[in-house]
Ligand binder design. Structure first.
Ligand SMILES: Cc1ncc(COP(=O)(O)O)c(C=O)c1O
Length: 372
Protein backbone atom coordinates (compact mmCIF):
# COMPACT_ATOMS: atom_id res chain seq x y z
CA UNK A 1 0.00 0.00 0.00
CA UNK A 2 1.38 3.40 -0.91
CA UNK A 3 1.30 6.07 1.75
CA UNK A 4 -1.31 8.76 1.12
CA UNK A 5 0.21 12.05 0.01
CA UNK A 6 1.08 14.34 2.92
CA UNK A 7 -1.86 16.53 3.76
CA UNK A 8 -1.19 20.25 3.64
CA UNK A 9 -3.61 21.49 6.27
CA UNK A 10 -2.86 25.11 5.42
CA UNK A 11 -4.38 24.51 1.95
CA UNK A 12 -7.74 24.09 3.72
CA UNK A 13 -7.57 27.61 5.10
CA UNK A 14 -9.56 30.31 3.33
CA UNK A 15 -7.51 32.52 0.94
CA UNK A 16 -8.69 35.62 2.85
CA UNK A 17 -6.92 34.29 5.96
CA UNK A 18 -3.71 33.66 4.04
CA UNK A 19 -3.87 37.20 2.69
CA UNK A 20 -4.00 39.12 5.97
CA UNK A 21 -0.97 39.84 8.11
CA UNK A 22 -0.79 39.06 11.83
CA UNK A 23 -0.84 41.80 14.43
CA UNK A 24 2.53 41.79 16.14
CA UNK A 25 2.30 43.34 19.62
CA UNK A 26 5.34 44.86 21.29
CA UNK A 27 7.55 42.12 22.69
CA UNK A 28 8.05 42.35 26.44
CA UNK A 29 10.84 40.02 27.56
CA UNK A 30 9.72 37.83 30.50
CA UNK A 31 11.59 38.84 33.62
CA UNK A 32 12.68 42.17 32.11
CA UNK A 33 14.05 44.47 34.78
CA UNK A 34 11.89 47.39 33.79
CA UNK A 35 8.60 47.34 31.89
CA UNK A 36 6.95 50.64 31.09
CA UNK A 37 4.03 49.81 28.82
CA UNK A 38 2.93 52.84 26.91
CA UNK A 39 2.10 51.07 23.65
CA UNK A 40 -1.56 49.96 23.92
CA UNK A 41 -3.41 52.92 25.40
CA UNK A 42 -4.22 51.02 28.58
CA UNK A 43 -5.05 52.79 31.83
CA UNK A 44 -2.11 53.06 34.23
CA UNK A 45 -4.53 53.10 37.17
CA UNK A 46 -6.41 49.81 36.80
CA UNK A 47 -10.04 49.36 37.82
CA UNK A 48 -12.10 51.60 40.12
CA UNK A 49 -12.49 50.69 43.82
CA UNK A 50 -16.01 49.28 43.31
CA UNK A 51 -14.74 47.18 40.44
CA UNK A 52 -11.87 45.84 42.53
CA UNK A 53 -14.35 44.92 45.25
CA UNK A 54 -16.74 43.29 42.77
CA UNK A 55 -13.95 41.19 41.30
CA UNK A 56 -12.51 40.26 44.69
CA UNK A 57 -15.95 39.07 45.83
CA UNK A 58 -16.84 37.29 42.61
CA UNK A 59 -17.58 33.63 43.31
CA UNK A 60 -20.46 32.54 41.03
CA UNK A 61 -18.17 30.82 38.55
CA UNK A 62 -20.29 27.67 38.32
CA UNK A 63 -23.17 29.57 36.65
CA UNK A 64 -23.32 30.68 33.04
CA UNK A 65 -23.65 34.43 32.71
CA UNK A 66 -26.90 36.00 31.59
CA UNK A 67 -27.49 34.95 27.99
CA UNK A 68 -27.93 38.48 26.66
CA UNK A 69 -25.71 40.31 29.20
CA UNK A 70 -28.85 42.08 30.34
CA UNK A 71 -27.54 43.59 33.56
CA UNK A 72 -24.56 45.10 31.78
CA UNK A 73 -26.78 46.39 28.98
CA UNK A 74 -29.14 47.87 31.55
CA UNK A 75 -26.23 49.87 32.95
CA UNK A 76 -24.93 50.87 29.53
CA UNK A 77 -28.30 52.14 28.25
CA UNK A 78 -28.70 55.10 30.67
CA UNK A 79 -24.99 55.83 30.41
CA UNK A 80 -25.37 56.29 26.64
CA UNK A 81 -28.91 57.62 26.81
CA UNK A 82 -30.42 54.99 24.50
CA UNK A 83 -33.00 52.22 25.07
CA UNK A 84 -31.55 48.96 26.36
CA UNK A 85 -33.01 47.18 23.31
CA UNK A 86 -30.52 49.07 21.14
CA UNK A 87 -27.44 48.03 23.11
CA UNK A 88 -25.20 45.10 22.21
CA UNK A 89 -22.04 44.02 24.00
CA UNK A 90 -19.00 41.89 23.35
CA UNK A 91 -15.62 40.71 24.59
CA UNK A 92 -14.01 44.05 23.90
CA UNK A 93 -14.93 46.50 21.19
CA UNK A 94 -12.93 44.33 18.79
CA UNK A 95 -15.55 41.62 19.33
CA UNK A 96 -18.43 44.04 18.70
CA UNK A 97 -16.69 45.14 15.50
CA UNK A 98 -16.29 41.49 14.56
CA UNK A 99 -20.03 40.91 14.99
CA UNK A 100 -20.75 43.99 12.89
CA UNK A 101 -18.57 42.69 10.05
CA UNK A 102 -20.20 39.25 10.27
CA UNK A 103 -23.55 41.00 10.02
CA UNK A 104 -22.67 43.09 6.97
CA UNK A 105 -19.72 41.89 4.93
CA UNK A 106 -19.80 39.31 2.14
CA UNK A 107 -16.84 38.82 -0.23
CA UNK A 108 -16.58 41.88 -2.47
CA UNK A 109 -18.51 44.17 -0.15
CA UNK A 110 -16.80 47.43 0.72
CA UNK A 111 -16.11 49.45 3.82
CA UNK A 112 -14.82 53.02 3.80
CA UNK A 113 -12.32 54.17 6.39
CA UNK A 114 -9.98 57.16 6.77
CA UNK A 115 -6.38 56.24 7.45
CA UNK A 116 -4.25 56.56 9.44
CA UNK A 117 -6.77 54.91 11.76
CA UNK A 118 -7.35 51.81 13.89
CA UNK A 119 -6.06 48.81 11.93
CA UNK A 120 -8.70 46.31 13.05
CA UNK A 121 -11.41 47.65 10.67
CA UNK A 122 -9.37 46.73 7.61
CA UNK A 123 -8.30 43.37 9.03
CA UNK A 124 -11.84 42.28 9.97
CA UNK A 125 -13.23 43.29 6.57
CA UNK A 126 -10.46 41.45 4.69
CA UNK A 127 -11.08 38.29 6.70
CA UNK A 128 -14.50 38.16 5.09
CA UNK A 129 -13.21 38.99 1.62
CA UNK A 130 -14.36 42.57 2.09
CA UNK A 131 -12.63 45.44 0.31
CA UNK A 132 -11.42 48.44 2.28
CA UNK A 133 -11.58 51.79 0.54
CA UNK A 134 -9.35 54.36 2.20
CA UNK A 135 -10.23 58.04 2.07
CA UNK A 136 -7.15 59.38 3.87
CA UNK A 137 -7.36 62.13 6.43
CA UNK A 138 -5.73 65.41 5.41
CA UNK A 139 -1.97 65.39 6.13
CA UNK A 140 -0.40 66.19 9.51
CA UNK A 141 -0.78 68.20 11.61
CA UNK A 142 -4.52 68.60 10.95
CA UNK A 143 -5.60 65.01 10.21
CA UNK A 144 -9.04 66.29 9.18
CA UNK A 145 -11.91 64.08 8.04
CA UNK A 146 -12.98 64.65 4.38
CA UNK A 147 -16.75 64.13 4.33
CA UNK A 148 -17.24 64.94 0.63
CA UNK A 149 -14.51 62.52 -0.41
CA UNK A 150 -15.96 59.82 1.87
CA UNK A 151 -19.40 60.26 0.32
CA UNK A 152 -17.90 60.16 -3.18
CA UNK A 153 -16.11 56.90 -2.31
CA UNK A 154 -19.35 55.12 -1.41
CA UNK A 155 -20.36 52.74 -4.18
CA UNK A 156 -23.08 50.15 -4.73
CA UNK A 157 -21.15 47.53 -2.68
CA UNK A 158 -20.41 49.84 0.27
CA UNK A 159 -22.01 48.52 3.46
CA UNK A 160 -20.23 50.49 6.12
CA UNK A 161 -18.30 53.70 6.78
CA UNK A 162 -16.20 53.62 9.96
CA UNK A 163 -15.22 56.89 11.61
CA UNK A 164 -12.91 56.66 14.62
CA UNK A 165 -13.64 59.80 16.63
CA UNK A 166 -11.40 60.80 18.38
CA UNK A 167 -9.09 59.06 15.98
CA UNK A 168 -6.47 56.49 16.88
CA UNK A 169 -3.51 56.95 16.32
CA UNK A 170 -3.65 60.67 15.56
CA UNK A 171 -5.46 61.63 18.79
CA UNK A 172 -7.62 64.42 17.33
CA UNK A 173 -11.39 64.76 17.30
CA UNK A 174 -13.28 65.47 14.08
CA UNK A 175 -15.59 68.37 13.37
CA UNK A 176 -19.06 67.14 14.50
CA UNK A 177 -20.62 68.84 11.46
CA UNK A 178 -18.33 66.84 9.14
CA UNK A 179 -19.29 63.59 10.89
CA UNK A 180 -22.99 64.40 10.65
CA UNK A 181 -22.57 65.32 6.99
CA UNK A 182 -21.35 61.77 6.32
CA UNK A 183 -24.11 60.18 8.41
CA UNK A 184 -26.85 62.31 6.86
CA UNK A 185 -25.84 61.53 3.29
CA UNK A 186 -24.36 58.02 3.37
CA UNK A 187 -26.64 55.35 1.86
CA UNK A 188 -25.15 52.78 4.24
CA UNK A 189 -24.42 52.23 7.93
CA UNK A 190 -21.94 54.61 9.59
CA UNK A 191 -20.15 53.29 12.70
CA UNK A 192 -18.59 55.87 15.01
CA UNK A 193 -15.86 54.25 17.09
CA UNK A 194 -15.74 56.22 20.34
CA UNK A 195 -13.16 54.11 22.18
CA UNK A 196 -11.63 57.34 23.56
CA UNK A 197 -14.81 59.41 24.01
CA UNK A 198 -14.52 59.61 27.80
CA UNK A 199 -11.20 61.45 27.50
CA UNK A 200 -12.54 63.82 24.86
CA UNK A 201 -15.79 64.51 26.69
CA UNK A 202 -17.75 64.48 23.43
CA UNK A 203 -19.98 61.93 21.73
CA UNK A 204 -21.95 61.42 18.55
CA UNK A 205 -24.69 59.52 20.36
CA UNK A 206 -27.11 62.41 19.67
CA UNK A 207 -26.92 61.54 15.96
CA UNK A 208 -28.89 58.37 16.68
CA UNK A 209 -32.00 60.41 17.41
CA UNK A 210 -31.73 62.21 14.06
CA UNK A 211 -30.49 59.44 11.75
CA UNK A 212 -31.36 55.76 11.52
CA UNK A 213 -28.12 54.64 9.84
CA UNK A 214 -25.61 55.28 12.61
CA UNK A 215 -24.17 53.19 15.43
CA UNK A 216 -21.86 54.28 18.24
CA UNK A 217 -19.21 51.94 19.65
CA UNK A 218 -17.46 52.14 23.04
CA UNK A 219 -15.07 50.18 25.23
CA UNK A 220 -14.36 49.70 28.93
CA UNK A 221 -10.70 49.02 28.11
CA UNK A 222 -9.46 52.58 28.20
CA UNK A 223 -11.05 54.94 30.75
CA UNK A 224 -12.37 52.13 32.99
CA UNK A 225 -9.07 50.22 33.11
CA UNK A 226 -10.68 46.93 32.06
CA UNK A 227 -8.60 46.04 29.00
CA UNK A 228 -7.83 42.64 30.53
CA UNK A 229 -11.51 41.89 31.18
CA UNK A 230 -12.48 42.49 27.53
CA UNK A 231 -15.71 44.50 27.59
CA UNK A 232 -17.00 46.61 24.70
CA UNK A 233 -20.44 47.61 23.59
CA UNK A 234 -22.38 49.59 21.04
CA UNK A 235 -25.69 51.31 20.39
CA UNK A 236 -27.32 50.25 17.12
CA UNK A 237 -30.36 51.25 15.05
CA UNK A 238 -33.47 49.31 16.16
CA UNK A 239 -33.91 47.74 12.72
CA UNK A 240 -30.56 45.95 12.95
CA UNK A 241 -30.93 44.58 16.47
CA UNK A 242 -32.84 41.32 15.76
CA UNK A 243 -30.28 40.45 13.07
CA UNK A 244 -27.31 41.53 15.17
CA UNK A 245 -28.51 39.14 17.89
CA UNK A 246 -28.35 36.29 15.35
CA UNK A 247 -24.62 36.80 14.83
CA UNK A 248 -23.78 37.65 18.46
CA UNK A 249 -22.38 34.61 20.28
CA UNK A 250 -24.15 33.35 23.39
CA UNK A 251 -23.56 35.42 26.52
CA UNK A 252 -22.29 38.14 24.16
CA UNK A 253 -18.95 36.33 24.48
CA UNK A 254 -18.61 37.91 27.92
CA UNK A 255 -17.66 36.02 31.06
CA UNK A 256 -19.76 36.60 34.18
CA UNK A 257 -16.72 38.15 35.89
CA UNK A 258 -16.24 40.60 33.00
CA UNK A 259 -19.90 41.58 33.12
CA UNK A 260 -19.71 42.10 36.89
CA UNK A 261 -16.57 44.23 36.52
CA UNK A 262 -18.17 46.41 33.84
CA UNK A 263 -21.37 46.86 35.86
CA UNK A 264 -19.35 47.91 38.92
CA UNK A 265 -17.33 50.38 36.81
CA UNK A 266 -20.47 51.99 35.41
CA UNK A 267 -21.62 52.40 39.02
CA UNK A 268 -18.33 54.16 39.79
CA UNK A 269 -18.34 56.80 37.08
CA UNK A 270 -17.71 59.73 39.41
CA UNK A 271 -14.51 58.10 40.60
CA UNK A 272 -13.40 57.18 37.07
CA UNK A 273 -14.07 60.70 35.78
CA UNK A 274 -12.34 62.44 38.66
CA UNK A 275 -9.46 60.13 39.54
CA UNK A 276 -8.68 58.54 36.21
CA UNK A 277 -9.85 60.67 33.28
CA UNK A 278 -9.05 63.95 35.12
CA UNK A 279 -5.53 62.80 35.97
CA UNK A 280 -4.84 61.39 32.53
CA UNK A 281 -5.94 64.61 30.83
CA UNK A 282 -3.72 66.73 33.12
CA UNK A 283 -0.76 64.36 32.70
CA UNK A 284 -1.29 64.29 28.93
CA UNK A 285 -0.82 68.02 28.71
CA UNK A 286 2.33 67.79 30.85
CA UNK A 287 3.68 64.99 28.63
CA UNK A 288 2.98 67.05 25.50
CA UNK A 289 4.96 69.93 27.03
CA UNK A 290 7.80 67.51 27.87
CA UNK A 291 7.86 66.21 24.29
CA UNK A 292 7.83 69.72 22.89
CA UNK A 293 10.86 70.60 25.01
CA UNK A 294 12.98 68.03 23.15
CA UNK A 295 14.46 69.76 20.07
CA UNK A 296 12.75 68.70 16.86
CA UNK A 297 9.99 66.64 18.53
CA UNK A 298 6.46 67.67 17.53
CA UNK A 299 3.57 66.24 19.54
CA UNK A 300 0.24 66.50 17.72
CA UNK A 301 -2.74 67.80 19.72
CA UNK A 302 -4.64 64.98 21.45
CA UNK A 303 -7.98 64.66 23.24
CA UNK A 304 -7.32 61.00 24.09
CA UNK A 305 -5.13 58.98 26.47
CA UNK A 306 -2.22 58.90 24.02
CA UNK A 307 -0.11 61.30 21.98
CA UNK A 308 1.22 60.91 18.46
CA UNK A 309 4.55 62.68 18.13
CA UNK A 310 6.77 63.34 15.14
CA UNK A 311 10.49 62.83 15.72
CA UNK A 312 13.39 64.59 13.97
CA UNK A 313 14.38 61.34 12.19
CA UNK A 314 13.55 59.80 8.81
CA UNK A 315 12.21 56.65 10.46
CA UNK A 316 11.24 56.19 14.11
CA UNK A 317 11.79 52.41 14.05
CA UNK A 318 15.33 52.42 15.53
CA UNK A 319 14.30 54.91 18.24
CA UNK A 320 11.29 52.79 19.23
CA UNK A 321 13.45 49.62 19.19
CA UNK A 322 16.03 51.28 21.43
CA UNK A 323 13.33 52.41 23.83
CA UNK A 324 11.96 48.85 23.93
CA UNK A 325 15.43 47.47 24.66
CA UNK A 326 15.51 49.87 27.63
CA UNK A 327 12.11 48.58 28.83
CA UNK A 328 10.01 51.46 27.51
CA UNK A 329 7.34 50.30 25.04
CA UNK A 330 5.63 52.68 22.65
CA UNK A 331 3.93 52.15 19.29
CA UNK A 332 5.56 52.53 15.90
CA UNK A 333 3.68 52.54 12.59
CA UNK A 334 6.07 51.07 10.04
CA UNK A 335 3.59 50.75 7.17
CA UNK A 336 4.72 53.46 4.70
CA UNK A 337 1.14 53.86 3.43
CA UNK A 338 0.15 55.42 6.76
CA UNK A 339 2.73 58.20 6.44
CA UNK A 340 3.71 57.96 10.11
CA UNK A 341 7.16 56.38 9.87
CA UNK A 342 8.78 59.37 11.56
CA UNK A 343 6.27 59.19 14.45
CA UNK A 344 5.71 57.28 17.65
CA UNK A 345 2.54 56.94 19.68
CA UNK A 346 2.86 57.02 23.43
CA UNK A 347 0.04 56.20 25.87
CA UNK A 348 -0.53 58.40 28.87
CA UNK A 349 0.97 56.59 31.85
CA UNK A 350 1.95 57.89 35.27
CA UNK A 351 4.11 61.00 35.66
CA UNK A 352 6.97 58.75 36.85
CA UNK A 353 6.67 56.66 33.66
CA UNK A 354 6.65 59.82 31.55
CA UNK A 355 9.86 61.03 33.20
CA UNK A 356 11.63 57.78 32.27
CA UNK A 357 10.16 57.81 28.75
CA UNK A 358 11.25 61.43 28.10
CA UNK A 359 14.78 60.74 29.39
CA UNK A 360 15.09 57.63 27.28
CA UNK A 361 13.68 59.35 24.20
CA UNK A 362 16.12 62.21 24.58
CA UNK A 363 18.98 59.73 24.97
CA UNK A 364 17.82 57.70 21.95
CA UNK A 365 17.63 60.79 19.75
CA UNK A 366 21.07 61.88 20.89
CA UNK A 367 22.56 58.42 20.29
CA UNK A 368 24.98 58.27 17.43
CA UNK A 369 23.51 57.06 14.16
CA UNK A 370 19.86 57.14 15.18
CA UNK A 371 19.03 60.52 13.74
CA UNK A 372 20.36 59.50 10.32
C1 LIG B 1 -10.15 52.99 18.16
C2 LIG B 1 -10.22 51.70 18.88
N1 LIG B 1 -11.31 50.93 18.74
C3 LIG B 1 -11.42 49.76 19.36
C4 LIG B 1 -10.40 49.29 20.18
C5 LIG B 1 -10.57 47.94 20.80
O1 LIG B 1 -10.86 48.03 22.12
P1 LIG B 1 -11.17 46.74 23.01
O2 LIG B 1 -10.03 46.63 23.97
O3 LIG B 1 -12.46 47.05 23.68
O4 LIG B 1 -11.28 45.56 22.10
C6 LIG B 1 -9.26 50.05 20.36
C7 LIG B 1 -8.16 49.55 21.21
O5 LIG B 1 -7.07 50.02 21.19
C8 LIG B 1 -9.16 51.29 19.68
O6 LIG B 1 -8.08 52.06 19.79
Amino acid sequence: MTAPPALDLTALVRPAVHAISSYIPAKVEPGAERVIKLDMNESPYGPSPRTRAALAGFVATQRYPSFDAIELRQHVAPYLGVPVEQVSAGAGLDDVLNNLMTLLIDPGDEIVISEPTFGVYRALASLRGGVTVDVPLTPAPDFTLRPEAILAAIGPRTKLVVICDPNNPTGNPFDPAAVERVVANAPCLVAIDEAYAEFAGTTAIGLMARHDNVCVLRTMSKFAGLAGMRVGYGAFPPALMPLLWRVTPAFCNLSAASQAAAVASLADLDYLRREVVGRIVADRDALAAGLRSIPGVEPFPSVTNFILARLPVAGAGPVVARLAARGVHVRYFGNPALGLRDCLRVSIGTPAEHAVFLDELQAALAAKGIAA
